[in-house]
Design a protein around this ligand. Structure first.
Ligand SMILES: [Zn+2]
Length: 199
């Protein structure tokens, strides 16, 4: 129905999260009505997206390629004695929005899921243990902010066992998080009380 150049872009955009063929078609026709300069800017941003960034060498959050550490790890005002353990980088955003947490993070980059072929070695567990061993000042608390799912629980249990030799307080997000809920979609108020009610 459309020329190939349009149909190919619709097909590509349809594969993005939360975008179906109808939304993709609307986006493409929106783009067609934009000035060429704007399209050039957009395409160069997409083209350079991955080359401009890398992962923080300490917490595995995303950061500018010129910085070894991310802005949070570099921030001298943050509490370096607490680490909040999250599954992915997007989980940091709602936790930061609560403004109730000023410690550091550690991004696992996934959860243990044998059915998906993801084992402990495929996520950032060893780097967490090494980070704790080398930590200065010593880490005093690890908050498990993993989604309350089977994979989240499996991962938490596995890591908790490895943390036993260390004198570290282990806490989990508290009230309001029902089993199966994805941390990414939990509202700020629920997350705030879960953070304050951690135990
Ligand atoms: Zn970092």
């Amino acid at each position: 129905m459309f020329p190939n150049s349009i149909q190919n872009l619709i097909n590509q955009l349809s594969q993005l999260p939360d975008i179906g063929p109808r939304a993709a078609t609307r986006l493409v026709f929106y783009l067609i009505n934009q000035e060429q300069g704007k399209l050039d800017d957009l395409s160069s941003l997409i083209k350079n997206l991955k080359t401009e960034i890398h992962l923080c060498s300490q917490c595995f959050n995303i950061t500018n390629k010129n910085n070894q550490l991310c802005s949070m790890c570099q921030d001298s005002k943050r509490n370096k004695e607490i680490i909040c353990l999250v599954e992915n980088i997007l989980n940091i955003i709602p936790l930061e929005k609560t403004k109730q947490y000023d410690g550091l993070y550690h991004v696992l980059g996934g959860l243990i899921s044998p059915s998906d072929g993801i084992g402990p070695d495929n996520i950032q567990i060893e780097t967490l243990i090494n980070r704790i061993k080398k930590s200065q000042p010593q880490i005093k608390e690890i908050i498990f902010a993993l989604s309350p799912t089977t994979e989240g629980d499996t991962t938490a249990l596995y890591i908790q066992r490895l943390l036993k030799p260390f004198e570290i307080k282990i806490t989990r997000l508290g009230r309001g998080l029902s089993f199966g809920s994805d941390l990414e979609y939990i509202d700020e108020n629920t997350l705030t009380s879960a953070l304050l009610g951690r135990k």
